[in-house]
Design a protein around this ligand. Structure first.
Ligand SMILES: [Ca+2]
Ligand SMILES: [Ca+2]
Ligand SMILES: [Ca+2]
Ligand SMILES: [Ca+2]
Length: 407
């Protein structure tokens, strides 16, 4: 970047630079700066390729790229179930949909990673995603007919050469982690949030953008007709131990005192981030995106900024949406809040700012009927609708990123 915010240059990284990439890998699903893993003075990048087939069809992978000062790839390593000790990302789990640099968790001097695997244990239905994920519905269903679907986050402990020395999985049943419900999709977002509780160990934020989604079970049991589909979503903060176990955790959702007001189908938790200490009380503020929030119009999207107390309770929540004073200008179906990145202090007022993704910005007339009509469709009708959605998804969506200046 130039000092005035213009780009000095751009380098495209593709399969020619990462030899292990194959068609259908969806390289770029998740991307994160992860610090300088190989200690050559140049920051390194991790890129998710969640359709990678090394561990099984669409099991997923993450590629660590060592760059030179021009942005060219000097070398890369692949992290997947074959190369990461202890990792078991199975088919249709989409390891790499979200990737985060989390700092040096285990204290060996090498930065570590966290990777979202929200379809861990094979959830076959996802109502809030780009459309390539809807292709494998029936395959996923067939692969895991008897499982509950929780999602997980994998901590990857790195070596300086870009290989993994170990991993720890956080999910259903993990001690001191939040109580997870099936189909809440733990891991739809993951972010390093520095050291939230001040014990010197980096902590994590994780999104679960769906709640009380029983439609999946209905399809599986085919015959049941009663549905409860809420999908308000939640986000979790995990205070970590150096070995990747969880010391303590708390959850923010629609029931949290002073927390965000969440409505059905808003998918809070599809984007999560810490955004620094805005009010100067020494505790970092947290942000959670709800890309289908309806502030100002249908599915325009919202970001909720939670002013936090040190004990994990919420002091107050501000909502950034189309209606917010000085906030982003949005149109219907923009999906603002799909991703959030904390940013440095853009305008130099001493307070950190944030960048927010709205990846369907400018799409023409797209509306995913599968969500709004889920309670009225038979599986056959649903299949027909998903064909229609795929067609319309071919309409152009430029997408947008909004930089939000805090005050
Ligand atoms: Ca480096
Ligand atoms: Ca480390
Ligand atoms: Ca900590
Ligand atoms: Ca604060």
């Amino acid at each position: 970047m130039n000092a005035d915010g213009t780009a000095k240059g751009a380098v495209k990284i593709t399969g020619a630079d990462v030899p292990s990439l194959r068609a259908g890998d969806y390289f770029g699903a998740g991307v994160a700066g992860i610090g300088d893993v190989n200690d050559d003075g140049v920051p390194d990048v991790a890129v998710g390729a969640d359709g990678d087939d090394a561990g099984g069809t669409d099991a997923g992978a993450v590629h660590v790229l060592f760059l030179d000062r021009s942005g060219a790839v000097l070398s890369s390593t692949g992290l997947n179930s074959d190369t990461v000790p202890g990792l078991s990302a199975r088919q249709y789990e989409y390891f790499g949909f979200r990737v985060a640099g989390i700092g040096d968790l285990d204290g060996d001097g090498v930065p570590d990673l966290a990777v979202g695997r929200y379809l861990a244990h094979g959830s076959f239905l996802f109502l809030n995603l780009p459309f390539n994920y809807t292709e494998t519905v029936s395959e996923r269903l067939a692969a895991y007919p008897d499982e509950e679907f929780y999602g997980s986050v994998d901590v990857i402990f790195m070596n300086a050469d870009g290989t993994a020395k170990g991993s720890a999985s956080i999910g259903h049943g993990t001690a001191n982690a939040p109580d997870l419900e099936p189909e809440h999709f733990f891991g739809t977002a993951v972010a390093g949030i520095d050291d939230f509780d001040g014990d010197g160990v980096p902590d994590l934020a994780v999104g679960s953008d769906s709640t009380d989604l029983t439609y999946a079970k209905m399809c599986r049991d085919s015959g049941s007709s009663s549905l409860t589909v809420l999908n308000t979503g939640s986000m979790h903060v995990l205070m970590m131990n150096r070995d990747g176990s969880v010391k303590d955790s708390f959850t923010i959702d629609g029931a949290t005192e002073n927390g965000p007001v969440l409505n059905e189908f808003e998918f809070f938790g599809i984007g999560v981030s810490a955004i620094g200490d805005l009010d100067g009380d020494g505790v970092a503020e947290l942000a959670g995106g709800a890309n289908r929030g309806d502030g100002g119009g249908l599915d325009r999207g919202e970001v909720h900024v939670m002013y936090m107390n040190g004990d994990g309770s919420v002091k107050a929540t501000q909502t950034l949406d189309d209606l917010a004073p000085n906030g982003p200008s949005l149109d219907d179906y923009n999906f603002f809040g799909f991703s959030i990145s904390s940013s440095a202090d853009v305008n130099g007022d001493g307070r950190p700012d944030i960048a927010v993704g709205a990846y369907l910005d400018n799409i023409s007339g797209l509306h995913d009927q599968t969500v709004d009509e889920a309670d009225t469709l038979t599986p056959e009708e649903r299949e027909a609708v998903s064909g229609e959605v795929s067609e319309r998804s071919a309409e152009p969506a430029f997408g947008a990123v909004h930089v939000i200046l805090t005050r």
